[in-house]
Design a protein around this ligand. Sequence first.
Ligand SMILES: Nc1ncnc2c1ncn2[C@@H]1O[C@H](COP(=O)(O)OP(=O)(O)OP(=O)(O)O)[C@@H](O)[C@H]1O
Length: 310
Amino acid sequence: MIEAHALHKRYGRLLAVDGISFKVEPGEVLGFLGPNGAGKSTTMKMIAGFLAPTAGTAKVCGHDVQSDAMAARRALGYLPEGAPGYGEMSPAAFLGFVADVRGLVGARRKERLDAVLERLSLRGVLHQPIDTLSKGFKRRVGLAAAILHDPPALVLDEPTDGLDPNQKHEVRGLIRELARERTVLLSTHILEEVEAVCSRAMIVARGKVMADATPAELLARSRYQGAVSLLATDSIAARAALDGMPGVSGFHQDGDDGRLYVFPQGSKPVPLDAVAERLRHRGVAHRGLQPERGRLDEVFRRITTAEAKP
Ligand SMILES: Nc1ncnc2c1ncn2[C@@H]1O[C@H](COP(=O)(O)OP(=O)(O)OP(=O)(O)O)[C@@H](O)[C@H]1O
């Protein structure tokens, strides 16, 4: 379990983290989302014991990260933002060094090294300097170092940053697999990642938690949920045909692709068949009529912009 209670971090005059509290249970993947500078990395560094909080406490598997630092660090695997250091070392040398620091010896050391090399498919690059590896392999080396001692809790700072779509897919699969019996806290800028791997998402802005919900609950806050959209040859005619239809509250036309969004009244979805029938009846040609499931990007923007209310 990972717990944060009223964490604060001040850098001079800047209050980078302003009272963040949460609890993540085993089996949960909590995604930390927020604009640049929101305080995500700072919070993660405090949980990992790399930075002392200005106020507040954090615990990893019940161990306070400050007063019981060694036990907390033993229980935690941490992937810092960016690539691992020691770029001149090979993965073999670097992971051997991490194993030594973690106090792994004998058969257990060999077993854990074999397990992570296999899990992260690192055998092909074992003796190449880390600096010369692709971004994907660098992230894998970082992940291997984070899970080498088989910790019950993981803090992963932007684990898929800079990876190509295939590598992202692979790393997300690995995180889901790791999360089965572990507690995972990860940060990301990628909204689709939240739906792909997170059981819960916390939106942070200006050092404060602005939302803490499941991805489905966040989607339900989108005004696009329950809307239908279509591409009409004549959008003005389409709007005129649908204006005043029961269950329809308004329209929005996308400036880029011209797609027309028809918004519902209240929580009941706009009836797709009735829309199709009405357009047919009025002779409005259209294609791509589809229901909308909501948009995380819109919810994220609304919650994190200055006007947003918590
Ligand atoms: N060592 C430091 N000294 C002074 N200010 C810092 C320091 N580290 C971070 N900050 C500032 O604290 C704020 C929060 O930074 P942090 O890196 O935690 O944000 P973040 O949410 O992780 O951002 P990003 O998504 O860009 O990684 C930012 O304004 C940043 O400039």
